[in-house]
Design a protein around this ligand. Structure first.
Ligand code: PXL
Length: 262
């Protein structure tokens, strides 16, 4: 058997198994990668709500990162639920120490109702410490507005302008997700010069819990497998779309259910 690519997720645990590191690790297993995790927080959560959160100390997050990166190493790293300034600063230092070939930043900043979850300090350290390290940042529309402190993104022109601003702030590539265009959802990639649209028909389902995590984890896996960025995004979008499609009839919990990662 060929050796798998080595992938590391830095993010939160979702006890419900839909989002966070659980979504990342399932995605990577399906895509043939070897998944590792450094946990920033443990959430008590189900399809309806996040009931409780316990944060790891930055010392302990550093220990996890040092343990895996000093031995296994990772070709690609994805960050998700960070949410504490001191954690972000510690993670940034270790990414600079170990220099993985690919860094994908999924800036988990809002809950599924679109409300900002963290204090403004977190936004500031994201911009100062993580964006400059990112090969790719993958905010949705609301996260983009939070990062840039703008009102909601209501036009395609506004989205493009926001992508250029995030690029200027240091992210090499920017993928803004989830623009609604008629019956389609469009994700827009900006590489500093060119905009590329990735379009899929919108699926009418409540089972999308963890879809953002799955998309960014899949991009991370395809980058580690040496696909060019555009191909990685396109394949990841198709993978995520199929995972949503396959779960449309599921009723695993009473609320927003997971994707079918098979
Ligand atoms: O889907 C974003 C996300 C990431 N990480 C954790 C989460 C969520 C959303 O529920 O709980 C731990």
């Amino acid at each position: 058997m060929d050796e798998p690519v080595k992938l590391l997720t830095i993010g939160g645990s979702d006890s419900g198994g839909a989002a966070g590191i659980q979504a990342d690790l399932k995605t990577w297993t399906v895509l043939g990668g070897y998944g590792m995790s450094a946990i920033t927080a443990v959430t008590a959560q189900n399809s309806l709500t996040v009931q409780d959160v316990t944060w790891m100390t930055s010392q302990f997050v550093q220990s996890q990162l040092d343990a895996v990166l000093s031995d296994y190493g990772a070709t690609a790293v994805k960050t998700g639920f960070l949410g504490r300034a001191e954690l972000i600063i510690a993670i940034s230092a270790l990414l600079q120490k170990y220099k993985p070939a690919h860094i994908v930043i999924d800036p988990v900043l809002v809950n599924h109702r679109g409300q900002s979850m963290f204090p403004d300090e977190v936004r500031q350290v994201y911009l100062a410490y993580l964006l400059p390290l990112a090969e790719l940042i993958t905010p949705n529309l609301v996260e983009t507005a939070v990062l840039l402190q703008t009102s909601s993104i209501d036009s395609y022109a506004n989205l493009r302008h926001s992508a250029t601003r995030l690029h200027k702030l240091g992210a090499k590539n920017v993928l803004i997700k989830g623009f609604r265009d008629g019956d389609d959802l469009v994700d827009v990639l900006f590489d500093g010069q060119t905009f590329t649209d990735f379009r899929q028909p919108r699926i009418d389902t409540a089972n999308t819990h963890g879809s953002g995590d799955t998309l960014s984890a899949a991009i991370c896996a395809f980058l580690a497998q040496d696909f060019p960025l555009e191909t990685a995004v396109s394949r990841a979008q198709q993978f995520t779309h199929r995972a949503i499609q396959q779960a449309t009839r599921w009723q695993l919990g009473g609320g927003h259910g997971p994707l079918a990662l098979f």
